[in-house]
Every structure is written in C-alpha cells, then in structure tokens.
Design a protein around this ligand. Sequence first.
Ligand SMILES: NC(=O)c1ccc[n+]([C@@H]2O[C@H](COP(=O)([O-])OP(=O)(O)OC[C@H]3O[C@@H](n4cnc5c(N)ncnc54)[C@H](O)[C@@H]3O)[C@@H](O)[C@H]2O)c1
Length: 260
Amino acid sequence: MTTPAAGKLAGKVALITGAGSGIGRAMALRFAAAGARVAAAGRTPASIEETVARIRAQTGQDALAVAADVAVPADVERMVRETVARFGRIDILCNNAGIGSSKDVVAVEPEEWDHVFAVNVRDVYLGCKYALPHMLAQGSGAIINTASVLGLVGAPERAAYCASKGAVVALTRQIAVEYAHRGIRCNCLCPTTVDTPWVSRLLADAPDPAARRRALEERQPMGRLATAEEVAAAAVYLASDEAAFVTGTALVIDGGMTAR
Ligand SMILES: NC(=O)c1ccc[n+]([C@@H]2O[C@H](COP(=O)([O-])OP(=O)(O)OC[C@H]3O[C@@H](n4cnc5c(N)ncnc54)[C@H](O)[C@@H]3O)[C@@H](O)[C@H]2O)c1
C-alpha cells in the first residue's frame, strides 16, 4: 500500500472521464497513488467500480465512481456536481474519454462525424464549462485533455478522429490563454498508439493482427507502442505543482513518431 499523503497530488481532487479502462484507469490509479482523491467517471458502471476497488486496495483511500455518458450534457454537469458534493472541490479535470473512427472523409457519414465530435470534443467543452466555475472560485485548477498525435499530424482513414483531436488541441490552447491569469492551467496529451483495450479491439478487427501490430509499432522510432502508464505519468506531471508554469502545451508522448 502506498502513502498517498506524501504524494505529488496530495490534497487534490481529480475527476477523470473514461476511467473504467485503458489510459483513464491508469490515470485514476496513478493519481490516487500520488495522493489525489479520485472521481472515476465512465459509461460502464462495472468498469468504474472496478477502478475504484483497485484504488481502495492500492491506497486504502476512498474514491467515487460516477456513471456518466459524456455525450450527454446533463451527465457531464452531474458528474462535476457529484464530485464537488463528495469532495468539496475539484482541482484536476481529465477529459479523457474518447472514441475512434476509421473512415476517410468520403466514407464517414454525418451521424458518425457528429457522434465522434460529441464524445471527443463537446465533452471537453462541457467538462470545462461545468468544472471551471468551481476552479475559478478556488483560484486554481489543472485541466488535462487527452488528444492524440493525430490531432497534430494526419493519418489515412481517420478523418473525423483527426479533426476531433485537432479541435481538442485548439480548445486546450484557447482555455489556457483565457484563464492563465486566474490560476487555471490547461494542457493536453498527444500520445501515439497506446497499448490499451482500444488497440486490442483494433487488432481483433484486422485480417492479420500480428502484422497490423508490427506496422503500428514500426511507426515509432522506439519500435513499440506506448503504455497507458507512460501516458498517466505525463498526466500526473501536468496535474502537479511541478508543472506550475506549463499551460497551453500539447505534450507529445510518441516514442519519436512525429520527430522524423
Ligand atoms: N489507445 C490509443 O492508441 C490512443 C492514442 C491516442 C489517444 N488516445 C485517446 O485516449 C483516450 C482513452 O483511450 P483508451 O486507449 O484508454 O481507450 P479505451 O477504449 O480503453 O478507454 C476509453 C474509455 O472511454 C470510455 N468512453 C467512451 N465513450 C464514452 C462516453 N460517451 N461516455 C463516457 N465514457 C466513454 C470507455 O467506456 C472507456 O472506458 C481517448 O480519448 C483516445 O482517443 C488513445
């Protein structure tokens, strides 16, 4: 069991979306280990309850599971409200939930485009809309949005996804500039392919999963995928006071992919 009180995020309250799986679960566990009290939000109650159970087992700290579909504005408002009702404040908001879309601009239909934007972009706007008044009243807060390297560079058959993550990068910068003088920092994470259940699903759909995995790995000069823990470690840094002068950045975690 860790000693959360001594951690980098001691005393802070963090709300994380998509916390029942992959990067969001890794963030929830790392944030709790660093001393934060965590609200784990997600669509699937059993998954977020599992994350909360792991936090309790790992740290002895209590955590909150909030069932919320981030595509539903009322759910996003309630998720923030329940976090503040339980913990009395909100210091860190990780807008992490997201979905993929594997179509080019000709093939993608307007309904899919709109849904991708509702889950990947509108939820970021809504999370900030409802959390910022609390952060502004406190005079401090850190927002961390999970974007992607595909918000910075293009990739075939990812029209809606690339556009949505590019919008997350742009909104991150706008919020950073708007609230910098009021104690709020806003940054985003731009990972390359991360070895999460998301990628397992992608590989399961491929005609030759092993070849597809090798192709994904070879995109990085380091020759492998990122781990959810590596992304979560970057989130802990951005959420902590060690990043006190860091705002508006798109932190690339890509094993060198975009450096070549
Ligand atoms: N895995 C990758 O290769 C990769 C790379 C770059 C960026 N990302 C981004 O990282 C984030 C997390 O992805 P992951 O790899 O952990 O995927 P994942 O599928 O393992 O986890 C995503 C989580 O988001 C939740 N979610 C999806 N739609 C939701 C909704 N409408 N409301 C609430 N929760 C919802 C899912 O239930 C799941 O728990 C996403 O924003 C994704 O775009 C992933």
